[in-house]
Design a binder for this molecule. Structure first.
Ligand SMILES: NC(=O)c1ccc[n+]([C@@H]2O[C@H](COP(=O)([O-])OP(=O)(O)OC[C@H]3O[C@@H](n4cnc5c(N)ncnc54)[C@H](OP(=O)(O)O)[C@@H]3O)[C@@H](O)[C@H]2O)c1
Length: 299
């Protein structure tokens, strides 16, 4: 049986991961949910127990990580760089050998293909650091995910949406990129724990639910919202040139979603249209669940 700790209980991925883990057969309950502050809605029961800990003080992770087999980290890259690796200090103190594997907070672009490496340096370096400690570290890359009321629903700047029903489609409008439903991310992680032998767990798990083009995405958006978008276009080459020039004059955090969008424009390169070889590891031939179809993502 596997004891799982999830760090960042207010992440959008927390609920779908917990939902899937509750159905898993090898997970030992309670799941350990780590938050900086236990609020009135965080009530422990026999399935989920809440703990308080913060990256500001790495020792606060020690009690929850003691006796944990698998750690799922959902903290954002906006955590101060000096604090981003603090979990690793706790892991070292508890003893690297005591953990089956560690899932760092990736859950997006395939870092090795992304054209603007300095922007993902913190995430990349964190995984490298974890591996250097001898910790089995599994980067889960799922390209963009959709969570209703959030990413790729109301938040669309990372797909060129400019507000006021205007969108810039960067790159080939018909080129497919990967999208994931948050429930499939949860199910993939649960399957990794339940069904995959530790020795065959890869360092990089590339998964997605479905593939969609920007044209298809915005056609569906127009139907869902009963609006007509004003579309303008930028070629893949132009998008990369402009973004490179912009980045050379200094990175502004407010532009992060724009740079992600330029990553999409480079599909099939760029880190958003990667081959989903991890799908065959966690769900060969859809043995454990059906991958969600984009057409049903917003039901
Ligand atoms: N592929 C995509 O489309 C996509 C979209 C969004 C995000 N992502 C990725 O998915 C992961 C989760 O993102 P998210 O949007 O859920 O992140 P988020 O909401 O910004 O943060 C997740 C949780 O981390 C905890 N946290 C925040 N600051 C912390 C700190 N200083 N110390 C310790 N814990 C802290 C908070 O939980 P508590 O309040 O409970 O402590 C927070 O709710 C990230 O790696 C992000 O890059 C991918």
């Amino acid at each position: 049986m596997t004891t799982v700790a999830i760090i960042g209980a207010h992440s959008v991925l927390f609920e779908p991961i917990v939902k899937a883990l509750k159905q898993a057969s090898n997970v030992k309950f309670p799941i350990r949910a780590v938050t900086r502050k236990i609020g009135p809605s965080e009530v422990s029961d026999d399935k989920v127990k809440y703990y308080e800990a913060t990256a500001d003080d790495d020792k606060t992770y020690d009690p929850v990580l003691t006796g944990t087999d698998v750690i799922i980290n959902l903290t954002p890259p906006s955590v101060e760089e000096s604090k981003y690796n603090s979990i690793l200090k706790s892991i070292e103190r508890v003893g690297v050998k005591n953990f089956k594997f560690y899932i760092p907070s990736q859950f997006g672009v395939e870092l090795s293909e992304f054209p603007f490496r300095p922007l993902v340096y913190i995430k990349q370096q964190h995984s490298e650091k974890a591996r250097k400690l001898g910790l089995k570290t599994v980067d889960v890359f799922n390209s963009y995910f959709v969570n209703k009321g959030g990413f790729l629903d109301t938040i669309l700047a990372h797909l060129g949406y400019q507000g006021d029903n205007k969108v810039i489609i960067r790159g080939d409008p018909d080129q497919l990129f990967n999208v994931s439903h948050v429930d499939d991310i949860g199910l993939s992680i649960a399957s990794l724990i339940d069904n995959v032998d530790k020795a065959s767990i890869p360092d990089t798990l590339r998964i997605y639910s479905d593939r969609v083009s920007q044209k298809e995405f915005y056609d569906a958006y127009e139907k869902r919202h009963n609006v007509k978008l004003e579309r303008s276009y930028e070629s893949k080459e132009e998008a990369l040139r402009k973004a490179t020039e912009k980045l050379n004059s200094g990175f502004k955090p407010a532009d992060f979603l724009y740079y992600l969008n330029v990553g999409v424009s480079q599909s099939p390169e760029g880190g958003f249209a990667f081959k989903g070889d991890g799908r065959d590891i966690v769900n060969p031939g859809e043995k454990y669940f059906k991958w969600r179809k984009f057409a049903n993502f917003y039901d």
